[in-house]
Design a protein around this ligand. Structure first.
Ligand code: CO
Length: 168
């Protein structure tokens, strides 16, 4: 009789242990959810950057900073009055290792393609070419950490219209 009681008692203990394990399972679910939330927080928020070009063949910024993997909306505003044919501006982000001067020279021959060499493998992304009073924008994902060059590829502009795109 005593043995049966002991067995029953152990069975009850096992059951309660089983219940305890279930509780442990459910508490493990909570941290998993929390870490997912943390991951979302760690992902950089989307950002909008605005850069202006003017009739003096200049951008208003020579450096722009974003985070790796960040969704970037780049707004290019031509705050001048001159026509695109005379004072066109675009914003072209070059891949690392692309020679800016060499690329700018290639671009001169690509007027029909908005001064972007057809089939080039040197560009990460670029806006359209615009004239005075116009505005254009593009959205892209920031590349990996590093320093990249941006420029305007309208003939002769890159000398005064260029800058560093820094990805942190
Ligand atoms: Co320009």
């Amino acid at each position: 009789m005593k043995q049966i009681v002991i067995i029953l008692a152990s069975a009850l203990m096992l059951m309660s242990c089983g219940g305890g394990e279930q509780k442990t399972d459910s508490t493990e679910t909570t941290p998993a959810t929390e870490s997912k939330t943390e991951n979302v927080k760690e992902a950089p928020e989307a950002v909008t950057l605005t850069i202006e070009g003017n009739d003096e063949m200049k951008y208003n910024l020579d450096m722009m900073t974003v985070k790796a993997g960040q969704e970037v909306t780049l707004v290019l505003k031509h705050v001048g009055k001159m026509a695109e044919e005379a004072m066109g501006h675009n914003w072209v982000l070059l891949k690392k290792g692309a020679d800016m001067q060499e690329f700018a020279m290639e671009a001169i021959g690509a007027k029909d393609n908005g001064y972007i060499p057809v089939g080039t493998n040197k560009v990460i992304t670029n806006t359209d070419m615009i004239g005075g009073g116009e505005e254009t924008k593009i959205t892209f994902t920031a590349p990996k950490k590093g320093t990249y060059n941006f420029l305007c590829t309208f003939p002769g502009h890159f000398a005064t219209m260029q800058g560093k795109f820094i990805v942190e």
